[in-house]
Write a protein that binds this ligand. Structure first.
Ligand SMILES: [Zn+2]
Ligand SMILES: [Zn+2]
Length: 260
């Protein structure tokens, strides 16, 4: 099993050790650490050094990251590129658009800033040939529209929230685009139908730890070991053995993120 999206850098070191041990114990072979800002991204890279072959770092700036002035964006992007150049990062993200918390008074400023940040991260992904980990909330159409303006993009719509009706749209971006599903698949009935419609060779599984905890641990903090419940859920939906799901999904993750 591979958890293709987790946040572990806010955990205490002793907890990280325990969390990783537990994940490995249940059969999780690799964990991709998603970055939400420069600080997290640096920590992802550092944490990975201690767990080579298990942890893999992504670096990126989340669309919800608070921006106080436009010049901040340029400073962040410079730091991000330096991180990419100097380390073995495997993906850029999470990045994208999130329109879930826009207020009337700053709506346009926020949209413009998110777009600038996103477009620049797309350019970095093309320049360094790295996949994008996309975070798109209430803005899947807008995210696809921007991505469609670039050639040879690749990535995953992490915690895919575009419903059945946008699967084709994402597919139209090309064969290097994937759909990520999380623990909410165990309790959001509508998502089962979405999973059924997604091409099996384009599906990735993730936890988004510490968020989106699956049943039977809903209400508690999530951790990569619990990706197991997402695999089991997909096995029931696909009417397959978990080991067969593992074969397909882990191959997808390895292909997109170059995990070996
Ligand atoms: Zn996200
Ligand atoms: Zn995340």
């Amino acid at each position: 099993m591979i958890d293709t999206h987790a946040h572990l850098v806010d955990e205490k070191q002793t907890d990280v050790d325990k969390i990783i041990k537990k994940a490995v114990g249940v059969g999780v072979k690799k964990i991709v650490l998603a970055g939400s800002n420069i600080e997290d991204s640096v920590k992802n890279v550092l944490l990975t050094e201690k767990y080579k072959g298990i942890l893999y770092p992504a670096v990126g700036i989340h669309p919800q990251e608070k921006i106080s002035e436009d010049s901040q964006i340029d400073r962040w992007l410079k730091k991000l590129e330096k991180l990419i150049k100097e380390n073995e990062v495997i993906a850029i993200g999470e990045c994208g658009l999130d329109y879930s918390q826009l207020n009337e008074n700053d709506r346009q400023i926020k949209i413009n800033r998110q777009e600038k940040l996103f477009r620049n991260q797309i350019c970095l992904s093309l320049k360094y040939k790295l996949p994008l980990i996309i975070h798109a909330r209430k803005a899947v159409d807008e995210t696809v529209e921007i991505l469609s303006q670039y050639k040879k993009t690749q990535g995953v719509f992490h915690c895919y929230a575009g419903g059945k009706k946008r699967i084709k749209k994402v597919d139209s971006l090309g064969k290097n685009w994937y759909f990520g599903f999380d623990g909410n698949l165990t309790y959001e009935v509508g998502l089962e139908e979405v999973v059924k419609m997604v091409n099996k060779n384009r599906l990735l599984l993730e936890t988004d730890s510490p968020f989106l905890t699956p049943i039977p641990y809903r209400g508690e903090k999530n951790q990569p070991a619990y990706v197991k419940y997402v695999y089991e859920k997909v096995a029931r939906i696909w009417e397959m053995k978990v080991s067969e799901v593992e074969k397909i999904v882990d191959k997808n993750a390895a292909k997109l993120m170059g995990l070996v």
